[in-house]
Design a protein around this ligand. Structure first.
Ligand code: SF4
Length: 223
């Protein structure tokens, strides 16, 4: 493993943590860090952005498998695609890290924050920020917006990439042979990634065929 993990403490008064998870590869490092630091947490899987349903089920099942391995509660939230597409209307051609992604984070975190509020979680966080494909500021801003209506709920903006976190994310993914997604998640990111690959003379993405292994490269292009 690359470096020792620091022992983590939940911010504020402690209690239990709700982890919004985007996928197993990104949440693996966070999940193992929480187990090691004896933080009581629940995985909340709410990602109606993922398209098509086959890809959604692959990512979700991989995350369930890993949660079961650690005996961690897993909340399988709605696959609320109608509302996701309604909110994405007019943003179909926005680039990644643009306003469509802000909407996408907002939608997922608003639902996570509501669940945390209704079920007595004082803190929530997300695995999305560990990926170097993502803009951490954009994610943390959305996290803070989501918890703002709930005075007893705070958003934990820990930088999961630091102190070897990014490296451990890859090591865990290889060890667990997680499914390796090849695009962020929505139908527009699938379209744009395929266009990019076509321009490079590469094959279109095939769902369900790539898994991490010893010879795998970098991070999942997800979430
Ligand atoms: S590119 Fe990724 S973060 Fe952005 S809208 Fe699509 S699924 Fe959401």
């Amino acid at each position: 493993m690359s470096g020792e993990r620091k022992r983590l403490s939940l911010p504020g008064e402690g209690g239990k943590l709700l982890l919004h998870s985007c996928c197993a590869p990104c949440s693996g490092e966070l999940m193992e860090a929480f187990v090691e630091s004896q933080i009581d947490y629940t995985v909340f899987f709410y990602n109606p952005n993922i398209h098509p349903v086959k890809e959604y089920e692959l990512r979700k099942e991989e995350n369930i498998r890993f949660a079961q391995k650690h005996g961690v509660p897993f909340v399988d939230a709605d696959y609320d695609t109608d509302n996701w597409f309604a909110r994405a209307r007019g943003m179909e051609n926005e680039p990644e890290r643009g306003i469509r992604c802000t909407m996408c984070f907002d939608m997922r975190f608003e639902r996570s924050a509501l669940y945390a509020h209704e079920h007595g979680f004082p803190v929530m966080t997300t695995s999305l920020g560990i990926s170097r494909w993502k803009n951490m500021q954009q994610i943390n801003d959305a996290g803070r917006r989501a918890v703002a209506p709930y005075p007893r709920l705070s958003y934990w903006d820990y930088n999961w990439r630091k102190d070897g976190g990014s490296q451990r994310m890859i090591e865990i993914s290889k060890r667990e042979q997680f499914y390796q997604q090849e695009y962020c998640g929505c139908v527009y990111s699938l379209r744009d990634t395929n266009r990019h690959r076509k321009a490079q003379g590469r094959e279109r993405i095939k769902l369900g065929v790539m898994f991490y292994g010893e010879d795998s490269g970098g991070e999942p292009e997800a979430k």
